[in-house]
Design a protein around this ligand. Structure first.
Ligand code: GDP
Length: 396
């Protein structure tokens, strides 16, 4: 059996274990390294070859995106990652990095429970960092931080361990200041969602040279900043990658710190759905009930030359299968599901069914648009997605 087929089968097995699922987005200010990091994760999970990661830009599926070098359509990919002896299914949604596409970023956030915020170590938190954080937190999506381009601090700026540490801490301080300001009045977020090195919600590294570290990874490998600086300066980047591969460090962080759907949906449903909180439907969505009514929130519509329009979105309840007749919010009548699938790299793979807690790619929903609520019974649609595209600049 081909490698790809094996991964699809593995994903299908894990789709029924919500506690092993992480739905995540990577969000960043433009050019901070979101695409390069995404490619690293795909290569780490065996989805694209290691050699081409960083050049292939697998998430940029549209031709004009490749030409323009920015990501404008939120692509989606599923991969597996072994953490503490358990295989996990990680559904990664790519978010546009350009501020004009703020609406797409928010839609992507609706589908996920965790947001990996990428910040360039040299530039620090920028206006779009603030925008994407605000979008994530409004949707009840938990943040973690990856500070990228640390190689530049070492090789270009020639910083020593002390200077480097100070700079990284100041990035973390800025990001936490933003998170604190945005979550202060959110009663449903009881936990402290600020990120910290000590609790492992911050990782550093170089997406370009494919190495990364976090507190847990440094404890596991015994490597400290001094070792990293030495290896980076001595041009031992390949060794550094092999000793502490970025994809492992980041995917471990994702599995450990981002909520699974069972954790996330009880908190997220009241935030994004204003229907009857006492209803069976509300309970089915909060509990990620795969036997419940089908509820899909469409976050993206893309065009496939063969299959036509593909609606991608988060299944909050029930199980989507071919042949189902589903209501589409704001339209009359029902649409019949022609096929269901998941995305692998830029391609869609058909699967038999996609249960609650996952991200599905569905054909046949001809009336659906990005933002539609698609369901097996008529229901109150999800809250419309607020577009935040104007960055609010608070940095002095
Ligand atoms: P995006 O706009 O956030 O998706 O950013 P990209 O992933 O396209 O990266 C923007 C630029 O930064 C590209 O030229 C990358 O090669 C470069 N880049 C990304 N990560 C790193 C890194 O870790 N170190 C260095 N030196 N350059 C990087």
């Amino acid at each position: 059996m081909g490698r790809r087929k094996k991964i699809v089968q593995e994903c299908e097995k894990l789709m029924d274990k919500p506690e092993n699922i992480r739905n995540i987005a990577i969000a960043a200010h433009v050019d901070h390294g979101k695409t390069t990091l995404s490619d690293n994760l795909l290569a780490g999970a065996g989805m694209i070859s290691n050699e081409t990661a960083g050049q292939q830009l697998a998430m940029d599926t549209e031709d004009d995106e490749q030409e323009r070098g920015i990501t404008i359509d939120a692509a989606n990919v599923s991969m597996t990652h072994e953490y503490e002896g358990n295989n996990h299914l990680i559904n990664l949604i790519d978010t546009p990095g350009h501020v004009d596409f703020g609406g797409d970023v928010t839609r992507a956030m609706r589908a996920v429970d965790g947001a990996l915020v990428v910040v360039d170590a040299v530039e620090g938190a920028m206006p779009q960092t603030e925008t994407v954080l605000r979008q994530a937190l409004r949707e009840g999506v938990k943040p973690a931080l990856f500070i990228n381009k640390v190689d530049r601090l070492i090789s270009e700026l020639q910083e020593g361990p002390q200077e480097m540490q100070e700079r990284l801490l100041s990035v973390i301080r800025d990001v936490n200041e933003l998170i604190r300001g945005m979550t202060d009045d959110m009663d449903d977020i009881n936990d402290d969602w600020r990120v910290s090195v000590e609790d492992g919600t911050v990782a550093f590294g170089s997406a370009l040279y494919k190495w990364g570290v976090s507190m847990p990874s440094m404890q596991a490998t015994g490597m400290d900043f001094g070792d990293i600086i030495d290896m980076e300066r001595n041009d031992q980047r390949q060794e550094l990658h092999e000793a502490t591969p970025l994809s492992n460090v980041v995917l471990d962080m994702v599995c450990e710190h981002f909520p699974d759907p069972i954790d996330a949906q009880p908190r997220r449903i009241p935030r994004i759905w204003r229907g009857d909180a006492e209803s069976d439907l509300s309970e089915q969505m909060r509990l990620v009930d795969d036997d419940g009514e089908v509820v899909l929130m469409v976050t993206d519509i893309s065009m496939d030359p063969h299959a036509g329009e593909i609606a991608t979105g988060r299944v909050f309840s029930g199980t989507i299968e071919k042949g189902q007749e589903l209501y589409v919010s704001g339209t009359a009548g029902t649409n019949r599901v022609q096929s269901v699938g998941i995305f692998m790299g830029g391609e869609r793979e058909e699967v038999g069914r996609v249960p609650a807690g996952n991200i599905a790619a569905v054909t046949g929903l001809r009336d659906a648009i990005a933002g539609s609520t698609v369901s097996s019974i008529e229901m109150t649609p999800f809250e419309s997605i607020e577009h935040i595209s104007e960055p609010v600049i608070t940095k002095s």
